[in-house]
Design a protein around this ligand. Structure first.
Ligand code: PRX
Length: 650
C-alpha cells in the first residue's frame, strides 16, 4: 500500500488518547514476551472476590487446554453493576431507543442493579441454579440485558438466540445445551413490524419436546401486548414474577474458569457449535478492548448497533461497556425505519460520541444518499467503528468523510465469536489508518500467516490467518464436544488456532482480512454455514441435492447462491424457487433466505463424488474464464449446462 492510502493519526485524536504510539509498542512487546506479567497487571482492572495467583496456563497442543486466572473468584454482574453504585449509581447505564422514535427509556446503574437482582431472585425461585443453561430469545429491550446479567448473578449459563432465528433453529439450540428455562417476549418490534417471538418459542418447545427435551418455564416480557397463546403452569409473565421479588441478591462467587455463556455459531460443517466462554478472562478482555479500542473516557455516550443475539452484542453492548461503567445505547429498531436517517437522528438525539456498526449497514445507508446523513448534525461524534466483515475502501471513505466529516478516526475491528473480543484493530491515538485494513494486533495477540502446507509466511505476503498463543477472551471449548473444538480450530495447523480467514500482511505489518477460506458465508455480517443452508434445502421433499456458495453482493457483502437438483419427475418453476426460499427461511430464519436459486440437473463432482465448489463459486461470480481444470470431473458436460443456465443470464 502506498502512503497515499494512509490516514495519519491526527493531533486531535492523540491529544486525549489513552494509548499513544510509543505505549502501544511498549505494551505490545511486553504482552507477547511476558504474558504472565502483562495480564497479571491488567487482570486487576476488574474486581475479584478472591484474587488470582496464577495468570496463564494454556496449551494449543494435544487435547488443548486454556485457563486464565484459574484460581481467582469473581462475579460478572457485580463487576458490571455493584461496583459502580457508589460512584455512578445515578448515571445512565442503558440508554434505550425504541423502534418507534417516540419511545425511549433511561435506566441508571442503580435501577439496572435492582432489576437484575429481582430477576435473579425470580430465576432462583423457579429453580434455576448455578451451572443451569437459560435460553434468552428476546428483542432489543433493556430486559434482554437484565436477563443476561441476572444469569451471571446466580452463575447460570446463558445461551442467547438471535430473535431472527426460526423455531427449528431455536429448538436445536435448546436441545443441544439441555436448557429448560427460556426468557422471551410476547413479540418484538422491528421496523414497525411485530416479530412473533412467543409463538416461535412455543413452536420450538414443541419440536424440542418431541426430541425428548423438557422445558420447565417460559418467562415472558410483555413488549407489545399482542395476541399470544399461554401454557398455564409453564408460562410466566415477567411483570407478575418481578412484582413480588426482592431487590437484594448476593452475587454468586464464580471461579474464573466457570462457564459464563454459550453462543451458537456456524462453521463449515455440521450444525452450529456452542461456543463456550468462561468468566474471568472473558471479562478482563472484553472490558480492556472496549476501553482502549474505543478510547472510552468516563462520561462518553457509546452506541454499538449490534443485536445481543450476536457476540458483538455480548462483548460490546453489555459486558465490556458495563464493566467499564459506560452509558451503552440499546436500539430496538433498524437503520432505515422510519427512514434512512434514523441512525444519525439517534446520534443527535442522545449526543452519541462513539458509534460502532457493520459495513453492510454503512453500504446500505451510503446507497440511500448523503442527504439523509448531512441533514443531521453529528457534532457529538468522536470515534467510528466497523465490525463483522471486510469493509471495502469506498465504504470506509464514505463513513470517514460523510458520516465523520474527517473528524473521527475509524476503528476497523477484526474478531470472531470464538475470540470473545477484538484481536486486530487500530487504537485511535496510536495507529495510522489504512481504509480496508484492520491494521495491527491488540495486546497479547500473536497473528501468523501460513500457506496451505502449513509453512509460515514471514514479512509481507498472504495466507491463512492463525493465532499462535492464547489471549484471555478466547473460547474454551465447544459446549459438550471438546473433540470438535480441537478438530475445528487446532487440527488444520497443529498447535495453532486457525481462524478460518484469509489475510494479507503488507510491508508495514498491517493486516488485511480477505474473508473466509472455508465453507462459511458472511451475509450482511451474519455467519452462515453453506452446509446448513444445503441441509435445509434437501429437507424439502422435491429436492434431491443442493450445493450452496457465496457470491459478491453490493450491500450484503456476500449473497447466498444455491444450486438445486430436483427429485426425478419434479419440474423447475419460478413458483418452486419461491417455495424453496420460503422453506429455508422457515427452517433457519430470514437471515438465511437464498438470494439466487439455480436448478441444476447435475452438480460438478469428482470421480469420488466430491462436489467441486471451486467451480460453482466461479460460475456464481460470473467468472467463466477462470473455471480451471474440469477434466477430473466425473461428467465435465455438467459444467457447460450450469454456465448455460446461470440463474441471472436467462
Ligand atoms: O470472516 C471474519 C469476519 O467475521 C467472521 C466472524 O464472524 P462472527 O463470529 O459472527 O463474529 C462477527 C463479529 C465479531 C470472521 O471470521 N469479520 C469480522 N470482523 C471483521 C471480519 N472480516 C474483516 N474485517 C473485520 N473487521
Amino acid at each position: 500500500m502506498s502512503d497515499t492510502h494512509i490516514h495519519r493519526t491526527k493531533p486531535e485524536w492523540k491529544e486525549n488518547a489513552l494509548i499513544d504510539a510509543q505505549t502501544y509498542e511498549a505494551w505490545y512487546q511486553e504482552s507477547v514476551e511476558n504474558p504472565d506479567a502483562f495480564w497479571g497487571q491488567h487482570g486487576q482492572r476488574i474486581d475479584w472476590f478472591k484474587p488470582f495467583t496464577k495468570v496463564k496456563n494454556t496449551s494449543f497442543d494435544g487435547n488443548v487446554s486454556i485457563k486464565w486466572f484459574e484460581d481467582g473468584e469473581l462475579n460478572v454482574s457485580y463487576n458490571c453493576l455493584d461496583r459502580h453504585l457508589e460512584k455512578r449509581g445515578d448515571q445512565v447505564a442503558i440508554l434505550w431507543e425504541g423502534d418507534n422514535p417516540a419511545e425511549d427509556r433511561k435506566i441508571t446503574y442503580r435501577e439496572l442493579h435492582a432489576e437484575v437482582c429481582k430477576l435473579a431472585n425470580v430465576l432462583k425461585s423457579r429453580g434455576v441454579k448455578k451451572g443451569d443453561r437459560v435460553t434468552i430469545y428476546m428483542p432489543m429491550i433493556p430486559e434482554a440485558v437484565a436477563a443476561m446479567l441476572a444469569c451471571t448473578r446466580i452463575g447460570a449459563v446463558h445461551s442467547v438466540v438471535f430473535g431472527g432465528f426460526s423455531p427449528d433453529s431455536l429448538a436445536g439450540r435448546i436441545i443441544d445445551c439441555k436448557s429448560d428455562f427460556i426468557i422471551t417476549a410476547d413479540q418484538g418490534l422491528r421496523g414497525g413490524r411485530a416479530v412473533p417471538l412467543k409463538e416461535n418459542a412455543d413452536k420450538a418447545i414443541a419440536i424440542a419436546e418431541k426430541a425428548g427435551a423438557k422445558v420447565k418455564n417460559v418467562l415472558v416480557v410483555k413488549r407489545t401486548g399482542g395476541e399470544i397463546s399461554w401454557a398455564d403452569g409453564r408460562d410466566l409473565w415477567y411483570h407478575d414474577e418481578m412484582a413480588g421479588a426482592s431487590a437484594e441478591c448476593e452475587p454468586e462467587r464464580m471461579n474464573a474458569e466457570d462457564p459464563l455463556f454459550i453462543l451458537y455459531t456456524s462453521g463449515s460443517t455440521g450444525s452450529p457449535k456452542g461456543v463456550l466462554h468462561t468468566t474471568g478472562g472473558y471479562l478482563v478482555f472484553a472490558s480492556m478492548t472496549h476501553q482502549y479500542v474505543f478510547d472510552y473516557h468516563d462520561g462518553d455516550i457509546y452506541w454499538c448497533t449490534a443485536d445481543v443475539g450476536w457476540v458483538t452484542g455480548h462483548s460490546y453492548i453489555v459486558y465490556g461497556p458495563l464493566a467499564n461503567g459506560a452509558t451503552s445505547l440499546v436500539f430496538e429498531g433498524v437503520p432505515n425505519y422510519p427512514d434512512s436517517s434514523r441512525f444519525w437522528q439517534i446520534i443527535d438525539k442522545h449526543q452519541v460520541n462513539i458509534f460502532y456498526t457493520a459495513p453492510t449497514a454503512i453500504r446500505a445507508l451510503m446507497g440511500a444518499g448523503d442527504e439523509y446523513v448531512t441533514k443531521s448534525s453529528r457534532k457529538s461524534l468522536r470515534l467510528l467503528g466497523s465490525v463483522g466483515e471486510p469493509i471495502n475502501p469506498e465504504a470506509w471513505e464514505w463513513y470517514y468523510r460523510v458520516v465523520g466529516e474527517e473528524r473521527c478516526a475509524i476503528v476497523d475491528t477484526w474478531w470472531q465469536t470464538e475470540t470473545g473480543g477484538i484481536l486486530i484493530t487500530p487504537l485511535p491515538g496510536a495507529i495510522d489508518l489504512k481504509p480496508g485494513s484492520a491494521t495491527k494486533p491488540f495486546f497479547g495477540v500473536k497473528p501468523q500467516l501460513v500457506d496451505g502446507e502449513g509453512s509460515v509466511i514471514e514479512g509481507a505476503g498472504s495466507g491463512n490467518l492463525c493465532i499462535i498463543d492464547s489471549w484471555p477472551g478466547q473460547m474454551r471449548t465447544v459446549y459438550g464436544d471438546h473433540d470438535r473444538f480441537v478438530q475445528t480450530y487446532f487440527s488444520t495447523y497443529k498447535g495453532k488456532y486457525f481462524t478460518g480467514d484469509g489475510c494479507r500482511r503488507d510491508e508495514d505489518g498491517y493486516y488485511w482480512i480477505t474473508g473466509r477460506v472455508d465453507d462459511v458465508l458472511n451475509v450482511s455480517g451474519h455467519r452462515m454455514g453453506t452446509a446448513e443452508v444445503e441441509s435445509a434445502l434437501v429437507s424439502h421433499p422435491k429436492v434431491s441435492e443442493a450445493a450452496v456458495v457465496g457470491y459478491p453482493h453490493d450491500v450484503k457483502g456476500q449473497g447466498i447462491y444455491c444450486y438445486v437438483t430436483l427429485m426425478a419427475g419434479e419440474a423447475p418453476s419460478e413458483e418452486l424457487k419461491k417455495e424453496l426460499v420460503a422453506h429455508v427461511r422457515k427452517e433457519i430464519g430470514p437471515i438465511a433466505a437464498p438470494d439466487k436459486i439455480q436448478f441444476a440437473p447435475g452438480l460438478p463432482k469428482t470421480r469420488s463424488g466430491k462436489i467441486m465448489r471451486r467451480i460453482l463459486r466461479k460460475i456464481a461470480e460470473d467468472n467463466y474464464t477462470a473455471l480451471g481444470d474440469t477434466s477430473t470431473l466425473a461428467d465435465p458436460a455438467v459444467v457447460n449446462d450450469l454456465v448455460e443456465n446461470r440463474q441471472n443470464r436467462r
